[in-house]
Design a binder for this molecule. Structure first.
Ligand SMILES: [Zn+2]
Length: 262
């Protein structure tokens, strides 16, 4: 999407308590990068999530992690022979389908969710993420914008594999037509084309029809899941996010770790 560099990704089983690990197979020594909040590159969080260890980086990993996390995969190695994850159609559905068709193995160690036991709120600029206790992992997202076609969208889902595959995974990345020139000038979207995102103009969706009337806010939920996946454990709680993006999700993850003493 952003680098325009061709890449192949392979998803491999990993031992219990391993979490997610990325391996850059194209670099000398095949360095690994942990799929954890500590590996986030803070200044590279505009429009995508980037992880690094030393000089080795992996970009735009949020959609593949969203699929893995929502399907209940705790341990996985992801090999990539390039710096940026495949973007495909801009959704998580190709990853989710691939992982589902490969099969998900049960491991012996019981995975214990991070349970939210009291209400907490985190704010950053005009964004806010609140969390309240819930036995399940539920995400509610409130998206607001000045764009005439979007205005306000909200959606709320319990995140479990069936609902995720049906309602969230197909929701594609979106961008606004008037942003495209600026993104190009910033050196982004070099590999982007009209089949890799929903492009929204002032009066109409430019390049395709929407998969859901509220596809944009569903994609925001997809991104949120991919970013909190970096907490490294399943979640039990109701997360309510207002106007947040990757930057706020990363800061919220760190806030949550601190509040819960993780
Ligand atoms: Zn996304």
């Amino acid at each position: 999407m952003h680098s325009g560099i061709p890449v192949t990704a392979r998803f491999l089983p990993a031992p219990e308590n391993n979490g997610y690990t990325f391996v850059r197979t194209d670099l000398p020594g095949k360095p690994s990068i942990p799929g954890s909040l500590d590996a986030i590159v803070e200044h590279e969080l505009a429009r995508r999530t980037t992880l690094a260890r030393g000089d080795a980086k992996v970009h735009t990993i949020e959609h593949m992690l969203s699929a893995a996390f929502a399907l209940g995969i705790d341990n996985m190695t992801i090999e990539m022979d390039g710096p940026e994850a495949p973007f495909l159609d801009g959704s998580a559905l190709p990853f989710a389908n691939l992982l589902t068709s490969a099969g998900i193995a049960e491991q012996d160690t019981e995975s214990t969710p991070i349970a939210i036991t009291r209400p907490m709120a985190f704010t950053s600029g005009s964004a806010e993420i609140s969390v309240v206790p819930d036995e399940q992992f539920r995400v509610s997202f409130f998206y607001t914008s000045d764009e005439p076609l979007l205005r306000n969208q909200s959606a709320s889902y319990v995140i479990e594999p069936d609902a995720y595959l049906r309602e969230i995974a197909p929701a594609r990345t979106f961008c606004f037509f008037h942003e495209i020139e600026a993104l190009r000038r910033a050196g982004l979207i070099r590999g982007g084309n009209l089949s890799s995102a929903v492009v929204i103009g002032r009066k109409a969706v430019v390049n395709s029809s929407l998969r859901f009337a509220d596809e944009p806010v569903r994609h925001k939920i997809l991104d949120f899941i991919g970013d909190v996946a970096l907490l490294g454990r399943p979640l039990a709680g109701h997360f309510l996010a207002w106007r947040s993006g990757h930057q706020v999700h990363a800061a919220f993850g760190k806030f949550l770790k601190k509040e819960l003493g993780l």
